[in-house]
Design a binder for this molecule. Structure first.
Ligand SMILES: Nc1ncnc2c1ncn2[C@@H]1O[C@H](COP(=O)(O)OP(=O)(O)O)[C@@H](O)[C@H]1O
Ligand SMILES: [Mg+2]
Length: 356
C-alpha cells in the first residue's frame, strides 16, 4: 500500500472513537466503584479512574485496530478499484472471524467480479454492434448503388426504349429482392448472435419438415438442372428441436447445395444413426457441386464470408446462410460437420436428438 493510500485512512478514527467511548464509560464506572466501596480521597479516586480510562483507551484501540483496520482498509481499496474500473484478484483476504466485516469484504469481492463480468459482456456486445454495423453498411451499399445506377440511367433517357426499360427494371427488382433477403437474414443473425432468439425445443416429425423443404426447393433445383434426392427415411422418426429453426438450417444447406452445384448435379439428403451417441441421428446434405477450397473451408460459417462474392450475389446470396446454420446448431447444443473437395462436392452434416 502506497503512502498516499495510507494517508486516506491514517489514524484509525472509528477505532479511536470506540476506544474513547469505552474508556469514558470505564473511567466513570471505576470512579463510582472506587468512591463508593473504597472510600478513597477524591483526588486519588480521580487519578485512579483516569489511569484505568487511559489503559482501556489503549487496549481498546489496539484490539479495534487489529480486528478491523486491515479489513476496512481492504474494503476501501476494493471500492476505489471498482470506481477506477480496475478489477483485481483478491485472494485469501477474508479472515475466519466470520463477522460482519468479513461478510462485507466477501460481498464487495463478489460484486466487483459481477461488475467486471458485466462490463466485459457489454464491451463484447458493443464491439459486436460496431463490427456488425460496419458489415451491414458495406453489404447494403452494393444493391443500393446498383438500384441507383439503373434508375438514373432510366431517368436519363433510357425510359424511351421499351427493351432497355424492361431489362433495367428487372435488374432493379433483383437488387430490391436482395435487399429484402439481406434484411431478413440480418434480423435473424443479429438476434441469434446476441442470444435474443431462443430455441423453442419440442419433439417433431423430421420427415415432414424435410419433405416440406425439399418440396419448396424443387422448383429452384429443376431450374438449375440439379436433382434433389431424399434417401430412405424413417417417416415416424421424431427428433427434439425448434422445428422452424431446423427448417431454416435445411433450407440454407440444401439451397447452397443447389446454388453451388453444376448442371446435371445432385443434392442428396440422408439420415443415419450418429455413431458417437446412440440417442442422436446424423442428417447429411451432400452435393456434387463446385466444392470449397481447403483454405476457405474454415471460414465458410463466418458472417458475410463468401468464396466467390459475385457468384453468391448473382444467386441472391447474403453470405449469412451458414453463419445462421452454425448459430442454430450451437443453440441446440448439436454438432455441425462439413467436408469438401474442390470440383467434387461438399457435405454438411448435423446431429439431432431422437425422441425415444
Ligand atoms: N454446398 C456448397 N458448395 C460450395 N460452396 C459452398 C457451399 N455452401 C456454401 N458455400 C460457400 O460458402 C459461402 C457462404 O455460404 P452462405 O453463408 O450460405 O452464404 P451465401 O449467401 O453466399 O450462400 C458461399 O458464398 C459459398 O462460397
Ligand atoms: Mg447460402
Amino acid at each position: 500500500m502506497t503512502a498516499s493510500k495510507k494517508k486516506k485512512i491514517g489514524l484509525f478514527k472509528l477505532g479511536l472513537r470506540i476506544a474513547l467511548y469505552s474508556s469514558l464509560v470505564s473511567g466513570a464506572s471505576s470512579f463510582l466503584v472506587l468512591i463508593i466501596f473504597y472510600n478513597l480521597s477524591l483526588l486519588s479516586t480521580a487519578l485512579a479512574a483516569c489511569a484505568i480510562a487511559f489503559l482501556v483507551l489503549l487496549i481498546s484501540y489496539f484490539f479495534n485496530y487489529k480486528l478491523q483496520y486491515k479489513r476496512l482498509e481492504k474494503l476501501e481499496e476494493i471500492s476505489r478499484n471498482i470506481s477506477k474500473k480496475r478489477f483485481e484478484e483478491y485472494q485469501g483476504i477474508t479472515t475466519n472471524y466470520g463477522d460482519e466485516v468479513d461478510y462485507l469484504v466477501k460481498h464487495f469481492v463478489k460484486s466487483s467480479r459481477t461488475i467486471e463480468r458485466e462490463i466485459q459482456r457489454l464491451n463484447r456486445i458493443e464491439n459486436y454492434r460496431k463490427e456488425f454495423i460496419g458489415d451491414i453498411s458495406h453489404e447494403l451499399k452494393t444493391p443500393i448503388f446498383a438500384i441507383q445506377g439503373f434508375v438514373e440511367t432510366l431517368l436519363n433517357g433510357a425510359l424511351e426504349d421499351e427493351e432497355v426499360n424492361r431489362e433495367f427494371l428487372k435488374k432493379t427488382m433483383r437488387n430490391v429482392n436482395r435487399l429484402i433477403y439481406l434484411t431478413k437474414d440480418l434480423m435473424e443473425i443479429s438476434k441469434l448472435e446476441t442470444g435474443e432468439l431462443k430455441s423453442d425445443i419440442e419433439p417433431f416429425y423430421l420427415y415432414e419438415v424435410i419433405h416440406d423443404v425439399v418440396d419448396s426447393l424443387q422448383h429452384k433445383a429443376e431450374r438449375d438442372d440439379v436433382k434433389l434426392k431424399l434417401k430412405e427415411f424413417d417417416k415416424n422418426l421424431q427428433v427434439r428441436g425448434d422445428k422452424n429453426q431446423i427448417k431454416q438450417v435445411l433450407i440454407n444447406l440444401i439451397e447452397n447445395g443447389v446454388k453451388y452445384n453444376i448442371k446435371g448435379g445432385k443434392v442428396e439428403i440422408e439420415l443415419e444413426q450418429f455413431k458417437k451417441d446412440k440417442n442422436r441421428v446424423l442428417l447429411s446434405i451432400r452435393d456434387t457441386g463446385i466444392g470449397i477450397d481447403e483454405s476457405d473451408l474454415a471460414r465458410v460459417t463466418e458472417r458475410f464470408f463468401r468464396v466467390d462474392k459475385s457468384r453468391s450475389r448473382e444467386r441472391g446470396g447474403t453470405g449469412l446462410g451458414l453463419a445462421i446454420v452454425k448459430h442454430i446448431i450451437e443453440a441446440h447444443r448439436e454438432q455441425l460437420y462439413y467436408e469438401s473437395k474442390i470440383n467434387e462436392g461438399t457435405i454438411f452434416k448435423f446431429t439431432l436428438r431422437k425422441v425415444q
